[in-house]
Design a protein around this ligand. Structure first.
Ligand SMILES: CC(C)(COP(=O)(O)OP(=O)(O)OC[C@H]1O[C@@H](n2cnc3c(N)ncnc32)[C@H](O)[C@@H]1OP(=O)(O)O)[C@@H](O)C(=O)NCCC(=O)NCCS
Length: 216
């Protein structure tokens, strides 16, 4: 009888990290093109710069869309920590007032409701793009589910790209969760390609994201 070798059990560390890897079907899936062509009539909307008065509406939009899109992939305490940090009205207000972040909103022309927003962030980078010059980040792009697939994201992205070109940036970069297949396809449709990866921390949950870039 051989003595059993000491089992190599990986014990959870006190500061555990939970990597919601995408080996499960739990990812943001693509809709087939046929379904996408049955999109309801595109909404009539306008784009404008966000003001501090928009902070509660943007926070609500960001927290709702983030939770419905990614909530399944993040332990609830970590999700709540991240939502407090990133999508409280005060955090969004800070972003609107910060000189390095530029937030724009898409508003429905019928009732002026904020249906989407995007954020250009200056001064950020990642190791895999450290050697690139004049880069700027498309940091956030969120559209309410009822309005997705109707051109709002593309219009907001075009506007953010224009804002970047006006500021003499040459390359736009962004991070997208490795399991967000839908957004990856959307970004590819808009000319972005994958150049590397990064780790993205929400609370104690660490996920892997793609870094994508586009020449402006
Ligand atoms: C990803 C998101 C921002 C895209 O915005 P949108 O308004 O739905 O996208 P648009 O309708 O403007 O489509 C832009 C392009 O992507 C394509 N596209 C849209 N939905 C698609 C889908 N489900 N699968 C594949 N391509 C898609 C469109 O065909 C369009 O390309 P085309 O103009 O060449 O046809 C939006 O769906 C969203 O808020 N998703 C949840 C949050 C999220 O994942 N944000 C990104 C975080 S990195």
């Amino acid at each position: 009888m051989f003595a059993q070798p000491a089992a190599s059990v990986v014990l959870p560390l006190p500061g555990y990290s939970f990597n919601a890897h995408i080996s499960s079907p739990a990812a943001v899936q693509l809709r087939p093109k046929t379904e996408r062509t049955q999109t309801p009539t595109p909404p009539s909307f306008s784009i404008r710069a966000a003001t501090v008065q928009d902070a509660p509406a943007i926070a609500e939009l960001g927290a709702t869309v983030f939770s419905t899109t990614f909530g399944f992939s993040i332990p609830t305490p970590d999700l709540n920590t991240y939502l407090d940090e990133a999508y409280s009205a005060s955090a969004i207000e800070k972003g609107i007032l910060a000189p390095s972040t530029h937030i724009i909103v898409a508003c429905a022309n019928t009732d002026n409701r904020v249906i989407g927003f995007a954020q250009l962030t200056e001064g950020t980078s990642e190791p895999c793009i450290a050697d690139l010059e004049r880069v700027v980040e498309l940091q956030r792009l969120y559209i309410y589910a009822d309005f997705q697939g109707a051109g709002v994201g593309r219009t907001l992205t075009r506007e953010v790209e224009k804002m970047a070109r006006d500021r003499r940036y040459r390359i736009m970069w962004l991070g997208v969760w490795e399991g967000n297949f839908k957004a990856q396809r959307v970004y590819e449709a808009m000319g972005y390609s994958r150049v590397g990866e990064r780790e993205f921390k929400m609370g104690r949950c660490i996920q892997t994201g793609w870094i994508m870039c586009k020449d402006l």
